[in-house]
Design a protein around this ligand. Structure first.
Ligand SMILES: NC(=O)c1ccc[n+]([C@@H]2O[C@H](COP(=O)([O-])OP(=O)(O)OC[C@H]3O[C@@H](n4cnc5c(N)ncnc54)[C@H](O)[C@@H]3O)[C@@H](O)[C@H]2O)c1
Length: 427
């Protein structure tokens, strides 16, 4: 299908519940309910994960027996674009560089778009893709502040109305062992979840120190992993995975976040080194969230939960014997997520829209971060509905528009000071 007819189809999907099967009629062939006409895919963000996700998308197409072509790749920097062109043996005309280059992907005839830039850009890029009628793979996290996360939830609703699929890179949801654990929880294996500990303790993955002649925008984008305005801090960028599992297993979002943290050794940027957050899910359920990026310390990445009648450590369930069907998936999570994306978009399987779930996991991390940075209790409603809260309208700058317009002002390269507005009496 060319771009024009595909977008016509997407428009039709908004007004017809029968549209998904209509797509099969429009498509060249069908196999097992899947439209197997050639897929065109685009990529925004050609770094490690972007190229990795694109390669995994190609593998998913192979599993499904569908031809695929990468039609456009975009990145802020020409060297990253070249890396993707080289890896996928693409013609130079398919590569686009610059902060506006994502528009070349949304204007292309890509049916699917993979988004893997730093997360501060995700709401802007997702909006452009949904407006263009493209099915989306969004890497986690999907925002760095409450305004961005709410925008992603709203875009998820718009995508639903347009019949578009959105799958997120919270890949544990596409791992058979996690799915089996969830099925056992739902079948009552550990009773009600009453508490748990989730952690991502490791080290700073990398830094990109400032080079001579680098503009503020260039430096920030290269060293994005160490600036809250671009990454959300590591509680958002990495630990979002465990927060997503907690929301998924418990089956609801938290009530409040009481966090603390600090910075001991980080060399660049303005983030904390460690966070410890008491997450209150209501009804007496508390999850301790712990994350640290300090080399040479004890490392642990994972989730454990205590239930009223058992416990879960990792994906090992100790509790009542429950019978749940064995789940076997075609591939590991980071490929399976693309298999499910394509099956959903091509009219076979359950239509998927993960925007809300990934935005909620992102908001949990943002809530923990705001609490630790400010030293205040942050309630869920303060981020999603209470417009009187100072956290509701929180939007970090520089924002994506600043990068596009060249109005980036360098944030302070120092961490926040919790409770700094509180003055003590001098005795
Ligand atoms: N699901 C997972 O397990 C997993 C693993 C690693 C990374 N990630 C996520 O993937 C995303 C990318 O991470 P990465 O490790 O590939 O980082 P990276 O730095 O290797 O790649 C990011 C790329 O985005 C480009 N970019 C920055 N701003 C841009 C813009 N406005 N427009 C276009 N391109 C832009 C950068 O130049 C860079 O090439 C992050 O959100 C990260 O959290 C997910």
């Amino acid at each position: 299908m060319n771009n024009f007819t595909r977008r016509d189809f997407v428009k039709a999907a908004a007004i017809s519940t029968a549209a998904i099967s209509t797509f099969n009629i429009l498509g060249a062939q069908t196999a097992g309910g899947i439209n197997t006409s050639k897929i065109k895919v685009g990529l925004i963000g050609c770094g490690g994960r972007g190229k990795g996700a694109a390669a995994q998308f190609l593998q998913a197409c192979k599993i499904l027996g569908i031809d695929v072509e990468i039609v456009a790749v975009a990145d802020a920097f020409p060297d990253r674009v070249q890396g993707a062109l080289n890896q996928f043996k693409l013609d130079a005309s398919k590569g686009h560089a610059g902060y506006e280059a994502y528009r070349k992907v949304t204007e292309s005839d890509a049916e699917f778009v993979i988004m893997a830039t730093p997360p501060n850009f995700r709401p802007q890029h997702l909006e452009a893709c949904v407006e263009a009628g493209q099915h989306c793979f969004v890497e986690k996290p999907v925002a760095v502040d409450p305004v961005g996360a709410r925008k992603v939830i709203a875009l998820g609703e718009l995508a639903k109305a347009k019949g578009l699929t959105i799958v997120a890179g919270t890949q544990r949801r596409y791992e058979a062992n996690y799915q089996m654990t969830k099925a056992k929880i739902d079948a009552g294996a550990i009773g009600e979840i009453v508490g748990g500990v989730i952690s991502w303790n490791g080290q700073v993955p990398w830094i990109s120190s400032r080079k001579d002649g680098q503009s503020d925008a260039h430096y920030l984008t290269r060293n994005w992993l160490n600036f809250t305005e671009l990454s959300g801090d590591h509680i958002v960028e990495q630990h979002v995975h465990q927060l997503d599992v907690a929301n998924w297993y418990i089956g609801r979002t938290p009530v409040s976040f009481n966090g603390m943290g600090g910075r001991a050794r980080r060399e660049t940027g303005n983030q904390f080194d460690f966070f410890s957050v008491d997450i209150d899910y209501g009804d007496g359920v508390h999850i301790h969230s712990q994350c640290r990026q300090i080399a040479g310390c004890y490392n642990r990445v994972g989730e454990s939960f205590r239930g009223s009648e058992g416990q879960i450590t990792g994906t090992k369930v100790k509790g009542k014997d429950v019978s749940v069907p064995t789940i076997k998936l075609a591939a590991s999570g980071m490929i399976q997520e693309h298999v499910e994306l394509i099956k959903s978009a091509r009219g076979s399987g359950t239509p998927l829209n993960c925007a809300q779930a990934v935005a909620e996991a992102t908001l949990c991390a943002i809530g923990g971060r705001i609490s630790a940075y400010t030293g205040q209790l942050v309630r869920w409603v303060d981020m999603v509905s209470n417009q009187n809260s100072p956290f509701y309208a929180m939007q970090l700058t520089p924002n994506p528009i600043d990068f596009e317009r060249g109005t980036v002002v360098m944030p302070v390269e120092a961490p926040s000071t919790p409770g700094k507005e509180i003055k003590f009496r001098d005795r």
